[in-house]
Design a protein. Sequence first.
Lengths: 1069, 457
Amino acid sequence: MKITSIVCLFLLLMGTARSQSTVRGHVRDATNDRPIENVQLHFSVSGKQTISKQDGSFTILLTVPADTLVVTQLNYKTRRIPVRLPFSGSLSITLEPDMSNLEEVIVNTGYQQLPKERATGSFAVVNRSLYNQQVSTDVLSRLDGVANGFIADKKTQQGGVNYTIRGLSTIQGPRQPLIVLDNFPYEGDINNINPNDVESVTLLKDAAAASIWGSRAGNGVIVITTRKSRLNQPLSVEFNANFTFAGKTDLGAIRRIGSPDYIDVERFLYDKGYYASNISSSSRPGLSPVIEILLKKTAGTLSSVQADAQLNALKSIDVRNDFNKYVYQQATRQQYAVTLKGGSNNMAWLLSAGYDKNLTDLAASYTRANLRWESNYRVAKNTMINAGIYLTQSNTGSGRNGYLDISGAGAYKLYPYAQLADNNGNALTIDKLRRSYTDTAGGGRLLDWNYYPLNDYRYNTTSTPAQDVLINLAIQHKLFAGLTADIKYQYEKQQSNQSLLQGLNSYAARDLINRYTQINYVTGDVVNRVPIGAILTNNNSQTESHSIRGQLGFDRSWNEHAVTLLAGAEYRQTDLTGSFFRTYGYDEQLMVAGNVDPTTAYPDFVTGTKSFIGTTNVFSGRYNRFISFFGNGAYTYKGKYTISGSLRKDASNMFGVNTNEKWTPLFSSGITWDVSRESFYRLKALPYLKFRLTYGSSGNADQSKSSVLTIAYSGASPYTQTQYAVIGQYPNPELRWEKVNMLNAGVDFRLKSERLSGTIEYYVKQGRDLFGADQIDYTTGVGTSIIKNAANMTVKGLDIELSSLNTTGKIKWSTTLNFSYNEDKITKLFLSNKQGSAFVGGPGLLSLTRVEGNPVYGIYSYRWAGLDPANGDPMGYLNGQVSKNYTNLTGAATQLSDIVYNGRALPAVFGAIRNTLTYRAFSLSANITYKFNYYFKKESINYSQLFSTGTGHSDYEKRWQQPGDELKTDVISMPYPSNSARDAFYNGSEILVRKGDHIRLQYISLSYEFKKGAGLPLPFQRLQCYMTMNNIGILWRANKDGLDPDYHTATTAVPPPPMSLSLGLRVAF
Amino acid sequence: MKTIKKVYITIYVLALSCLLSCQKQLDTKPDVRLVVPTELKDIQALLDNYVNINNRDIGSLETSADSYYVTDADYLAFAEQIRNMYAWKNENIFTIGTIPSNNDWYLLYEVINIANNCIDGLSKIDRTPKNAKEWDNIMGQALCLRAKSFLSAAFVWSLAYDDNTAATDPGIVLRLSSDFNIPSARASVKQTYEQVIRDFKEAIRLLDVNQLSVSRFSKPAAYGLLARTYLSMRNYPAAGLYADSCLKLKSTLIDYNTFNAALTFPFAKFNAEVLFGQCLTLTAALNMSRAKIDSSFYRSYADNDLRKTLFFRNNNNGSYAFKGSYDESDKPFAGIATDEVYLMRAECYARAGNISAAMTDLNTLLAKRIKTGTFSAITATNPDDALNKVLTERKKELVFRNVRWMDIKRLNKEGANISLKRIISNETIVLPANSRRFALPLPEEIIRLTGMPQNQY
C-alpha cells in the first residue's frame, strides 16, 4: 500500500504531456504474498481492461490523463487505484482476501464460467450457503421455493415431480430441464449426486443462457457445479452430519368412506343382487366379511340378530388404526459427509466421501455411499490437467405394504373395516379367494392359500443395488495471445440390478404355485407345474455414456475492446441396455432354481382356463448419438456495452430421419448496457444499473417419432414359437421440430451499500408448431389420437429477485423476495376435438386442456344446476335447459362452448419470501412460499367406482338422502344401478372447483456457529450446529376444505408429506 | 518442450478426427428391437401377433345374439354400454372412453390396419423366384385377416346382404391402405362383400395348405371363410362349392366320445377340427358366471348327445353355462372349424335339393357327437325337411361360435321370422325379425369425427 502511494506521488510529480502510456504491474495476495492470476483490471474512465497472468503480472494502456484502475477478483476485496499520465515504473498491488464472496456471482453454463455481471443471459444462482439451509438426500428438491423462476409441480405427472423453469416451453414434448453436472449432461439417476458435493446451482433461464446446450435446452438448464480443488490452498477438512426425523404419513388426509357407511353400501348392493355373479363366479373371488355375513344370514346359518351384531361390530373398526399401529413408523434420514482438500503450486486435490441412510415411514430403506476425487495438475507452464472420479453405490430396499398398497379381492380396494392383526398382534388374512373354497381346495395338497397383508412384505422383497462411475478428464492448454484449447472427456457407467424375490411364504408365490398345481384325485399324485420355491425376478439395466468435447477459446482485450470467443464440437453417445429374467423354484439358501415349461398352457387350478407360465426373458438396447457444433462470442466495448451471440447445430440418430433433416440450427444473441459506467451517470444512490436484452431460438424434437413405419419385436408366440412383432410407430413424415423463440429483457441494480439489490426480468416465449395429441378417427386403426404440430403458444412472465439488507447492526436482517409471474396461453390450435368432456378433467392428475386463448392447463367444468329436489340427482344445462340426460351432458351434445372455464390449473403467480436474521453466531432463516391465481378440482363421491372397486370419498356421508337435503348439501344421491355418466357429470361439475391459492411455510433453518479465535480455544476452525424444519405447513389457503392444492386430492394418492425435523453439525478444521 | 508440443498436437488431431468420425455414428439404430419392416420375416412377425389377432375377436355379435340371458341383478350391474348392447338400444353402445378394448369398432379396425400395413409392407419387398412361395403365403394371411375383419364388421354394423338393396344399403368403411390420412367413408353393402370376396379369393390363390400352426390362416381356412361369406349372402351354390373345396383339403372331425366332460373346459385348444384358431374378447355379459343358457334350448339336446355334457356346465341353480369353447377357455371360439364347414355344405346340398348328400354330411358330423353305440343316422323326407334338420343341428353345434347373429339375419331374409326377446326387470324387449336394429349403431364419436351416415332406425 505504501509503495503504491509513493509510486503514484512520484508519477504525479513527473507529469509530462505524453498522451498515453503502458501501465505494468503485479497483483499479490496481501496475506501470503503469492501472485494472483485471473484478476480483472479495468480503467473506470476509458473502459480498458485486462486480466492478470499466472505470475500476477499485467499490462494495461492508460489513455486519459487521469483514470482509476479497478482491480477485482472473486475471492478478494476490490481495490480502486488512481493513475495519472505520464506513467512509468510498475504497480505493485496487494489484495485482501474477501471471505464474504458477496461481490461477484459466477455463473457456470457448463461450457464456460463467467461473472454474472458480464453475462447477457438470464441466470439464477443458488450458492452454497443458501443451498445448505435445507437438508435433503437429493440435489434438486432444495431448489423448490429457493431458485427464482423454478417450480416443482406435483400435479401433472403420475407419482412424480415435474421441475420446470419459467413454466412450459412445450405442450406434449419432454418437459424436464436439462440437468448438467459440471461440464456434461448427467445421464445417470440424479439421486446419485450427494448434495454435500454441490458448490452451487445455476439455472439457465433464457435462450441466450441455454442455447449453448442446443435442442435439449428448450426447457432451461440446471447446471450443478461440484466443489473444486484450488491451487495454493492449505489442507482443509470439513465434516457434516445430520439426522432427520419425519412423521408418519397422515392417513386421515385420505378421505375415504368410513366403515359404517361402507357396510351400509355393501348391504344395499347385496340386497340388489349386485354381488350375485361374484358369489357364483367360477374364479372364486374373495368376498368381504360383510357379504359373507349377509350370505350366512340369507342361508339361515346366522340369525338376523346375530348378523346385525356382527355387522355392528365391524362398523367400529377403522383399518387405518391398524396401519398406524402396526405398519407406519417414524421416517429417519441420516447423512454424513467429509471433504478434504488442499493444493500446492502445481497440484490441487479434493477428496470427499458421503454416506446416506434413509428409512421411510414404511421401513423402506435407501442407502448411498459416495466417493469423489477431483484434482488439478499444472503439468507445464500453460497446461492444466483436470481429472476426477465420482463413485456412487446405492441400494434401495422395499418396505412394508402401506395403506394404498394393500387391496382386496379382484378389482376391490381394501375395505375400511379390515383388520391386519388380532389382539395379540398376529397377522390376520384378507380373502383374495373365497375362504370356503381355499379351506377345502386340493384336499390338503396345496400350499396355504391365505393372504396375510401385515406380514407379506417380509417374503416379498425388492432390492435395487446400483453403482455409478463417473470419470472426468480434461486438458486445458493456453496457446498464445489469449487462445486456449480445451478437451474434455467424460465417461459414465451406471448399473442397476433390481431383484424382486417373492419367497415361498409370499402370497404371490403361493398363489401362483397353487394355480399351476395339478392333482390327480384318484392316485393322489400332485404335479406342480410351477416348482415349489421362491420366484426371483431380475431386472438389470445399464447406462453407459461417453462424451467428448473439443473447444477453442479466445479471450483478449486491447485498448477499449474485449473479446471472448468459444467454438467447438461435441460428441455424445449413450447406450442403455437391459435384461429381465424370471426364475421359478428358486431356493435362496442353495441358490438353485427349478424348471418350468413355457411352451405348454396349463389349466388354472381355480378356473380351469389354460395359460402359459410366463418366463419372458426380455432384453433391450437403446442407443442415442448426438453430434453438435457450437460457437459463442461476446464483444465488450469500454466495459459498458456487450454484444453476444451463439450458434449451435445438433444432429442425432433419430429413427428413419434423413441425415440432413437431423440437423437443426439454434441461435441466440444479446446485448447489455452498464449504464452506471457511463460518464454521465450521476445516481450515487444507485451505483450499479445494467440493462440486458436477449433473443434466441431453441427447438424440441420428439426422439420417439419416426418418418417410417417401425415395428417392435415383442417376444415369442406360444403358438408358432416364432418371434412376433407389434407396430411400434406409425410414420408421421409431416412432423416438424417444435420451435421456441424467447425474448428476455432484464435490469440488474444495486443500491448503495447493498441495501437493496436485485434483478427484474421480463420474458416472452413464443412456441410454434408445438406437438399436440389430436383426436383421430380410430377407423384408421392407429389409435385414438395422433401427435401433430398442433399449437402455437405464448408464455409471458416476470421474474423478480430482490435482496435487501434491512438492518446491519448487531442484528442483521436480510430479506430475499422471489416473485414469478408466468402466464401461458395457446394462441393457435389446430385440433379438432371440441367435445366438452375432453376438457373437463377429474380431481386427479391434470390433463392437457388446450383451448385457444386459454392456458395449456385449465380447469373446465360442467355447468351446475343444483340437485334435483325430488331425488338428489345432479342437474346440468343442455342447450340452456336444465337437464338430467347425463349421456348428452357428458357426450357430444355438450361442446366446449357449453362448459365453464374456471381458470388456470397451474399457478400464474408464485415465489418465496426468505428472511434471515443473524445475531452474533446465531442465524435464523424462514422460507415462505406462495402460489396464487389457479384452481383445482376437489374429489367427491363416484358411485360407479364405489360399487365396482369399493373406493369412495367420505363425501358419501354428506350425500342427498331425502327431499330438503338439497338445501344443505351439493353431494349427489346414491343411485342404482350406477350410472357412470352421472358420476362423470357430477365429478366434472363446477360445484367441485376450488381456488388453489395458498401460502406455505416451507422451512425454518436455525444455526449457531462457533468460530476459532473468538475467545474460545477450539480444536477446529468452525463448528456449526443447525436445525431445519421442512414441510411445516400451509399458513393460509383459499379453499375451505382443508385440502393441499399442490397434491392430488384423490383417495388413491399418497397424501402430502409430513413435517420433518433435521438436526446437524458442520465442522471445519 | 518440442516433444510436449508434439504430444499436444497429436492429442488435438486425435480428438478432432474422433469427432469427425462420429458422423457415421448417426446411423446407429436407436432401439435394437425397433425395426423398419423390410424383410418377409418382419411381416410374418406382425401376423404372428397372437395377442391382437388370435386372442381378440369382437364380442358384440355373441353379446347381441340369443344364445343366452342374464339375470336382472347382473344386468343392472353392467356398464351402461353393455346394458344398451344387451337390450338392443339404438345409441351409446360403443364409446372409446378410457378403455378402447371395450369398443369393437376400435378393435376391428386396429387389426385391419395391421393387415393393411402388412400388405403395403409386402408390396415394397421384391417378390423373387427364391422367396415367391413365402411372399405369397404371407400376403395370403394378410388378405385373409383383412377380409375376415371386414366380414365381422359387416355382420355387426350392416344389414343382412340382400341382392335387391345391397347397392344402396350402407356397408362398412373399407380401409384398403395403411395411410391414415385417407378419410373414412362407408361403402355400400355390395361393395363391402365384393371386397371381402376379392380378398379371400386372392388369399386362396396364395396361401399354403398347411401352416406352422392354425393361428395362421391357411388355404382351407380361407375356403371355409369364403363359404361363410357366401352363406351370409345367401349365395348357397357358391357357399357349397367353397365349403367343398375346404373339406377336400381338410375334413378331420374329432370324436366327442374321447373327451372328458368332467374337465372345466373339455376341448383342447387348436384341436384337429380347427381351421383357424381365434377367440373373442369377453364382454361383461358373456362372462360364464353371468351368461345363462336357456333351459329349453339345453333340453333340446338328446341325452345321448355328448354335446349336452361337453358344452354345458350345470350352475346348480336351474341354469347352465357354456363351457364348450374350442379355445379351451371361458372365451367363445371365434375362428372357423371343419364342423361348421360340414354344416355349410350340408345346408347348401339341402337347399339345392340334394337330400342324400346333405344327410351324409350331417350324419358324418353327428356320428362324432353322439354316444358310441347309440347313434342312428338321420334321414329326411324332402329338401325342406333336410334343410330344417341341418339348421336345427347348426344351431346346436355352433352355439357360441360367433355365427348365430349372422344366421338370424340371413335366415330372417329367408322368411324364418326369428324375433328375439329379452326380459329385463319384468319388461319384455322384442327385436322383431328383419328389424333395422340388426345393424348396430356406429360409435357416435366416429360419426361426429368423420361425418359418415349413422344407421337409421
